[in-house]
Design a protein around this ligand. Structure first.
Ligand SMILES: NC(=O)C1=CN([C@@H]2O[C@H](COP(=O)(O)OP(=O)(O)OC[C@H]3O[C@@H](n4cnc5c(N)ncnc54)[C@H](O)[C@@H]3O)[C@@H](O)[C@H]2O)C=CC1
Ligand SMILES: C[C@H](CCCC(C)(C)O)[C@H]1CC[C@H]2[C@@H]3[C@H](O)CC4=CC(=O)CC[C@]4(C)[C@H]3CC[C@]12C
Length: 369
């Protein structure tokens, strides 16, 4: 009895813990992981909100660091039981160079794996992405697919290339002997497009709509389905996967899981309107108002402008050939693998997820926060 009361307190490390998803993972761990003794939050940029967490019963350690620096990662990992590696450079707009994206997403992940091996940390959950699968460069639809659905995953863009390589490294590391002689257990979670409180792009669309007099203009056919998942459920899935990796190592080790919940299948724009509509915006047009060839032209023009303006300023609009292809290609998942392997059920219903997101857009959408 004394044993269970004093059950081992665990040290968790969350890389990228101050990002959009990372903050939700941090807060979820504090709320829902009873065995948590210390929570290390590692990020290039630490958020001021971390301070308020330091007053609770769990020791919260903020570590400002860079995943590309192996020694900084090793110092943060040393003594941790579990690592949740969400840090990443999410850039599909040409803000960062391909080299930087590779360094952060691939070398950063390699550093995390090597740190686990060197310091004896046995459990690693990696935040991968739907993008390691697709949409591919050929624009093939992936319609309600699962982890075993055959799909030609071909990428050229630096972001999906980096995520695919990093995911491969993580899965390949499963079973490696860590310091102390025990095997490393890893798995990768693949969110589709995440939404919820803190989602910058949602706020950008809201502000754009306000500037356009409360309207957004349909650019993508309503029939194109784009997979979305609520950030709270993605965070919960990370917490649960991290918890269950030890108990279900044989089943979960080296596995990939799409992140899913009850969010409806809709086009990217119609889905956003679920939140932006109640905030007073409307989507004009039942069909795209701009012909597709013109969007393709404008996307190509944006690439040219980005290149021409680079010496003067960073021009990185939302529309480019890659984002257009992403929004214009059906990619949705339908799976229960996480439920079967580690008992995942979404923590937030669609109604909750929607309400929480609407309240957040209303509260912060028009402000500079
Ligand atoms: N936002 C989305 O829809 C999706 C995101 N993902 C993945 O989820 C993870 C988190 O993404 P978001 O929260 O959306 O992005 P984010 O940009 O809000 O968070 C990433 C965090 O990583 C940190 N970071 C970046 N470079 C770093 C470095 N060199 N060293 C230490 N920390 C560094 C950033 O400061 C940031 O706090 C990423 O790995 C991303 O690839 C996967 C699927 C969908
Ligand atoms: C910004 C895109 C929408 C632009 C619409 C247009 C061209 C008409 O203005 C977004 C469409 C799809 C998004 C991506 C998708 O949800 C999957 C992602 C997974 C990740 O791992 C990171 C984020 C993202 C690449 C996401 C980024 C924005 C879109 C391209």
């Amino acid at each position: 009895m004394a044993d269970s009361a004093q059950a081992q307190k665990l040290v968790y490390l969350v890389t990228g813990g101050c990002g959009f998803l990372g903050e939700h993972v941090v807060r979820m761990l504090l709320q829902r992981e009873p065995r948590l003794g210390e929570l290390r939050v590692f990020d290039l940029h630490l958020g001021p909100w971390l301070e308020e967490l330091k007053t609770g019963p769990v020791r919260v350690t903020a570590i400002q660091g860079d995943v590309t620096q192996a020694h900084e990662v090793a110092a943060a990992v040393a003594g941790a039981h579990v690592v949740i590696h969400t840090a990443g450079l999410v850039d599909v707009f040409g803000r960062a160079s391909p080299k930087t994206i590779h360094e952060v997403n691939v070398q950063g992940t390699r550093n995390v794996i090597e740190a686990c091996v060197q310091t004896g940390t046995r459990f690693l959950v990696y935040t991968s992405s739907m993008e390691v699968v697709g949409p591919n460069t050929k624009g093939h639809p992936f319609y309600r697919g699962n982890e075993d659905t055959p799909y030609e995953a071909v990428h050229r863009h630096p972001y999906p290339c980096s995520k695919a390589l990093a995911e491969w490294l993580v899965l390949e590391a499963n079973g490696r002997e860590v310091c102390g002689g025990l095997p490393l257990v890893t798995c990768a979670l693949r969110p589709t497009g995440i939404y919820g409180e803190g989602h910058q792009i949602m706020r950008d669309f809201y502000r754009q709509g306000l500037r356009l007099g409360g309207r957004l203009f349909r650019a993508i056919p309503a029939s194109v389905e784009h997979g979305r998942v609520y950030v709270g459920n993605v965070a919960w899935m990370h917490v649960l996967a991290a918890r269950e990796l030890e108990r279900r190592a044989a089943r979960m080790g080296g596995q990939v899981y799409f992140c899913y919940d009850g969010s409806p299948y809709k086009s990217y724009e119609d889905f956003n309107m679920e939140f932006l509509g109640p905030c007073g915006l409307r989507l004009v047009g039942t069909r795209p108002l701009v012909p597709y060839w013109l969007l393709v032209f404008l996307a190509a023009l944006n690439v040219l402008l980005q290149w021409l303006l680079r010496p003067l300023l960073l021009y990185a609009p939302l529309l480019n050939p890659y984002t257009l292809a992403m929004a214009n290609t059906t990619f949705t998942v339908s799976t229960d693998k996480a439920q079967r392997h580690f008992g995942y059920e979404p923590l937030f219903s669609w109604e909750d997820s929607r309400t929480r997101t609407i309240l957040w857009v209303q509260a912060t959408g028009g402000s500079a926060q």
